[in-house]
Design a protein around this ligand. Sequence first.
Ligand code: AMP
Ligand code: MN
Ligand code: MN
Ligand code: MN
Length: 303
Amino acid sequence: MAFVDTLQPAFERIDLHTHSVYSDGRLHPAELAALAAERQVQLLALTDHDTLAGCDEAAHACAERRIEFIFGSELTALWRGREIHIVGLKLDPGSEPLQSHLQSVRQLRIERVRAIGARLTRAGLEGDAIISEVLGNPGTPTRLHLAMQLVARGQARDVDDAFGRWLGTGQRAAVPPKWPPIETAVTAIRAAGGLPVLAHPQRYKLSGGGLTELCRQFRDAGGEGIEVSLPGMKLKDAARAASLARRYGLAGSCASDFHAPGVPWRPLGRFAKLPEGVVPITERLGLTSPGNAATTSNARPAT
Ligand code: AMP
Ligand code: MN
Ligand code: MN
Ligand code: MN
């Protein structure tokens, strides 16, 4: 498959999918901006799971470093019983429908953490203490935070072991999630003036037909883009994502899904190369000229 530089030359290095301590990432937003500057990233989105909490901090830090910043979030959703992630780009943090969506997903997460904690208590662990530690974190509570508590308390060797023993599907403390359908997530992103992007399509373990059907429904619901350039993506998966992008008129996004330094398969900052015939999502973001370090959200200036 031929790769060509189809992105605006203004943005050679972009990353439109990253995480911070406001969900399951390791870095504070300012540290993320510093690392982005080190990697010569020119355009960055912070897309923590189901929250915009770190975006103001990231926007300020990026402005200081003349990195163009986009307000984003990775929304958790369900499709045919499967967990699907939809990245919203260029979100208006003042959007009431979006904030109410985030609030309701946060409530689902809090209930899930409590239900898992209750199961841990029944297994003889200090469930209540674990719940209050996890819910005391800034930003979105995830099972990663529960896993870290289990490790800290000597109940698991490491995070993977905590999932294998306690939290993973079918394990002792597992509680299935009740995420909203993809249409709800897409609508919330649209209501905030944002662009919905289907995250890491190769990770859903769907058949060719299943992924095609997901993309069709996603597009019909108002989907705008699909991640087609991810680090370490197999050529076969990249070709499939690119062909779905062309078939459904979805723009291509470049994303690392960065969570922490030292994870070599998810490095921050991507050279913006997209497969031939795929429209770059940057063309649909309505960006200002590079070097302005303008904060790219649809937010009205604070008064
Ligand atoms: P949640 O969104 O609450 O279901 O939490 C899922 C998060 O747990 C993921 O985003 C990862 O950060 C983390 N995680 C780490 N190891 C695993 C694993 N083996 N299985 C699932 N999630 C994991
Ligand atoms: Mn994550
Ligand atoms: Mn994801
Ligand atoms: Mn992610």
